[in-house]
Design a binder for this molecule. Structure first.
Ligand SMILES: Cc1ncc(COP(=O)(O)O)c(C=O)c1O
Length: 412
C-alpha cells in the first residue's frame, strides 16, 4: 500500500464524488412553468407537494413551512406547548431542536443519547420527566429511526406530545411506517444539504386533523379554515412556502425513493467493508428500522486504538485520500454559548416564560454519551452514498490505508 496522501503519497481517489443537488431538465421546465404562470406563492403546487409528501411518509396531512426550524416551532404550538412547559430534547442534534422550544417560551431539557446509535435514549428521557414535562422531541439522527416503540409507550404513559424531528429522515421507516407519521406529528427540513431540497423549506406532517389545522393557522398569519382573509384567530406568522419551492420539491420527490434505496445499499456495503476495523465503531442497526435515509454515514473514531492519531488528523488524512468527510456536531447543544451565558439570569428564557429570571442553569450539565460522540463521530455526507459500489470500495480502502499506516501518521 502506497504512502498516505497527506504525507505526499498518491491518493486512493482523485475522481470527485457527485455534486449535490441532482437536477434534471424536467426540474428546469417545472420551475419555468411557475415563473410563467404569474402565480408564485402558496397555490396548487404547494398543495400537491403537501399531499404527496405526507403520503410518501404515510401521514394524512402535510403543512408546508419556510424551513424546518419554524416547522418545529409550529409543531410545538399546534401540540399545545405553552410558556414554561418542559420539552425533552437530545443534545446531539442541530440547535433548532432546542431553540424552537425556547422560541415558544418553553424550557428545553436535555437527555442523553445512546452511544451505539447516537439517538435519544428513552431510558434517560424517562429519568428527566417531571410534572412540567409536556413533550419530547426525538431526532432520527442521520436518518436512523429512534426506538419509536419505546417513545410511544413513554408518551402514552406520561401524557406527553411526541414530536419527531425528522429533519434527517425523509423516507426512513420504523416497522414499515414513515418517520414523522408515528408520533403526534413530525417535522422535515428541505434546506440545501438535505436529501430532498428546495434550498430552504420545511413541512410538518400528522394524522391528526386538529394539529394540522392549528399548524396551518400558525403558518398562515393565524387565519382559520374557511374564515375570512382578514380575520385572524391565532398569533401566527407568515411561514408559507412558495410555488417555486414546491415545483423544485415535486421533482426532487420523484427521485427520493430510488436515491434512498441506493444510499441504503451503498451504506450496507460500506458497513460490510469497515466492520472489522477495531479503530472505528459503526452505528448499530435496529431490525425494526426498516428503512434508513442516511442523511450522513456516521462512524465513531476510537481514539485509544489509533497510536496517538487524533480524530482531526484522521479526517484530514481521509480528505487527502479523496473522501469528503467532517466531524459533524463537535459540542453538545448545552455547551453552545447560548446555553452557557453568564450574568443576570437566563436571558434566553423569554419574558413570558415562568422561568424568566430564574436560574435555569445548563452550565453544569453533562450528557456523557453525547460528549463522547461529539469527540468521536465522523460523518460522510449523503451525496457520496449516491455513487457506485466501487466508490464505496474506495472509501473503505482509504480508511483501511490510514488504519494500517497510523503509526506513520502519528510520527509525522
Ligand atoms: C436535526 C435538525 N433539526 C432541525 C433542523 C432545522 O431545519 P432548517 O435548516 O430547515 O431550519 C435541521 C437542519 O439542519 C436539523 O438538522
Amino acid at each position: 500500500m502506497s504512502k498516505l496522501a497527506i504525507l505526499g503519497g498518491t491518493p486512493v481517489r482523485t475522481e470527485p464524488f457527485a455534486v449535490w443537488p441532482v437536477i434534471s431538465q424536467e426540474d428546469r421546465e417545472r420551475l419555468l412553468s411557475v415563473f410563467d404562470s404569474g402565480k408564485w406563492w402558496y397555490g396548487e403546487r404547494v398543495k400537491e407537494f403537501e399531499g404527496k409528501y405526507a403520503a410518501f411518509q404515510d401521514a394524512k396531512y402535510g403543512v408546508s413551512c419556510a424551513n424546518g426550524t419554524v416547522a418545529l416551532e409550529v409543531a410545538l404550538l399546534a401540540c399545545g406547548i405553552r410558556a414554561g412547559d418542559e420539552v425533552i430534547v437530545p443534545p446531539y442534534t442541530f440547535m433548532a431542536t432546542a431553540s424552537a422550544v425556547l422560541k415558544v417560551n418553553a424550557v428545553p431539557i436535555l437527555a442523553d443519547v445512546d452511544i451505539d446509535t447516537c439517538n435519544l435514549s428513552p431510558e434517560d428521557v424517562e429519568r428527566k420527566i417531571t410534572p412540567r414535562t409536556k413533550a419530547v422531541i426525538p431526532v432520527h439522527i442521520g436518518g436512523l429511526p429512534v426506538d419509536m416503540d419505546a417513545f410511544r409507550e413513554l408518551a402514552q404513559e406520561h401524557k406527553l406530545a411526541l414530536i419527531e424531528d425528522a429533519c434527517h429522515s425523509w423516507g426512513s421507516k420504523w416497522r414499515g411506517k414513515g418517520t414523522g407519521a408515528i408520533g403526534d406529528c413530525g417535522v422535515f427540513s428541505f434546506q440545501m444539504s438535505k436529501n430532498i431540497t428546495s434550498g430552504e423549506g420545511g413541512i410538518m406532517i400528522t394524522d391528526n386533523e386538529e394539529i394540522a389545522d392549528t399548524a396551518r393557522s400558525y403558518t398562515n398569519c393565524g387565519r382559520s379554515k374557511g374564515g375570512a382573509w382578514y380575520e385572524h384567530h391565532l398569533m401566527g406568522s407568515n411561514l408559507r412556502m412558495t410555488e417555486l419551492q414546491a415545483a423544485i420539491l415535486l421533482g426532487q420527490l420523484e427521485r427520493l425513493e430510488e436515491q434512498t434505496l441506493r444510499r441504503e445499499r451503498n451504506a450496507a456495503y460500506l458497513d460490510s467493508l469497515l466492520w472489522d476495523i477495531s479503530g472505528i465503531s459503526l452505528i448499530r442497526n435496529d431490525p425494526r428500522a426498516t428503512r434508513r435515509s442516511y442523511h450522513m454515514y456516521i462512524f465513531r473514531f476510537l481514539q485509544e486504538e489509533w497510536s496517538g492519531v487524533s480524530r482531526g488528523r484522521f479526517l484530514e488524512a481521509l480528505q487527502a485520500e479523496g473522501v469528503p468527510c467532517s466531524d459533524g456536531y463537535t459540542i453538545p447543544l448545552y455547551k453552545n454559548p447560548l446555553f452557557q451565558q453568564t450574568g443576570e439570569g437566563p436571558r434566553f428564557c423569554p419574558i413570558s416564560c415562568p422561568y424568566h429570571g430564574q436560574p435555569v442553569d445548563y452550565r453544569n450539565m453533562v450528557c456523557p454519551n453525547a460528549e463522547r460522540i461529539c469527540r468521536e463521530a465522523c460523518w460522510i455526507p449523503q451525496s457520496v452514498l449516491l455513487a457506485e459500489e466501487r466508490d464505496m470500495a474506495d472509501i473503505a480502502q482509504a480508511v483501511i490505508k490510514i488504519w494500517e499506516k497510523r503509526e506513520d501518521l502519528a510520527s509525522a
